[in-house]
Write a new protein. Sequence first.
Lengths: 197, 197
Amino acid sequence: MGKIEEKKERKRRAIMSAARDVFRSEGFVLANMDRIAAEAQVTKQTVYRYFPSKIELFEATLKFMGESSEEHFMKHLENPDTRKALHEFARGFVQFHLSEEHLETFRLLVAESGKAPEITKAFFSVGPEDTGARLSRFFSERLGLSEPDKPMRLWTAMLLALRDGVLLGRARPTAREIEEHARTATDFLLAGISFEA
Amino acid sequence: MGKIEEKKERKRRAIMSAARDVFRSEGFVLANMDRIAAEAQVTKQTVYRYFPSKIELFEATLKFMGESSEEHFMKHLENPDTRKALHEFARGFVQFHLSEEHLETFRLLVAESGKAPEITKAFFSVGPEDTGARLSRFFSERLGLSEPDKPMRLWTAMLLALRDGVLLGRARPTAREIEEHARTATDFLLAGISFEA
DNA sequence: CAAGAATCATACTGATTAGTATGATTTTGT
DNA sequence: ACAAAATCATACTAATCAGTATGATTCTTG
């Protein structure tokens, strides 16, 4: 019964997947609907059957992208050694945010946020807001902080210190540099909140 | 003698000024040469007499933009009260980086850095690199740090914590929130480097 | 004032591209 | 098998826009 639904869903995904690649490498304005159709191995007509316009395809694609992220580093918070949990989360967090995958998405959002502000909402809710909420809980339960939000945000901000350069086209730091930066920032956090053992 | 040179220079600036406005509000790809010419109150031909192509106009305009920035907060470092110097610098730094002027420029750079990496070099040299060098000197001389770079970068990263949201279209924080954030981050820095008095 | 440069107004070329139209072919549920 | 829906291939429309062409007008300088 649901066979046709399933097939439609597969096709829908194939189109969004192709759209994601093209949008990432070209940005919204320069992305070409003919090319998206070609890469999805589908006719342009079919693309328009699933998505009524370029902008709506873009929005759907953004949501689609958000779904597959960020479990890369959340898992480290389950480590029973609190200090280790923080250090390992930090490394994963920095790695993820410096990955080409994430940076391309971020560039896209920055570039288009002015013209379509509603687009960024989906990103925030599956991204920073979710991460922030989980981190806050960790800071509260495991570090015993009654006001976890401020230090949590300062910490994540420190962790993102390397991003601007990469975002603007500088060479990506090595794994070793990332590791060291994550450690430095985390030690700085622990010093700031006077965390013992 | 130099009268004609002077006039040419004025016209050159008028064109770049119009180009700056249009590039900021439209981005590079959507910016329209006809509109730039119109806003500069000049013929498109004249634009092309001064700048041989859209991309070269863009590069020149970026450099032009960079020239007029950032003295907003550097001056605070001259305050003889070290703690006050840091707090006031921090507030100015955050204010500047959350200003619409700076954010629009930053968005532009992020969006175009992929296609024209050389463009960002001018920005770095008049922006972050210069600020970083001066701050490093301050951290070394006034805070007595032998390794000033790491804490300096962590601090500026913390100061920029509010930027992502605004960059992606969220409401700009109030002056009061900016003030408080700058203070929190700076206190965190001072705690981290155990600065006394 | 006269010569030459700069600018103007206007129009054109050529390329790209979002979105539509059409008619043929394939896939689906029954 | 058969009707209906989906997809295909191909072509077209209409709009935008970088960059060029042309011929008239206005400044600048000597």
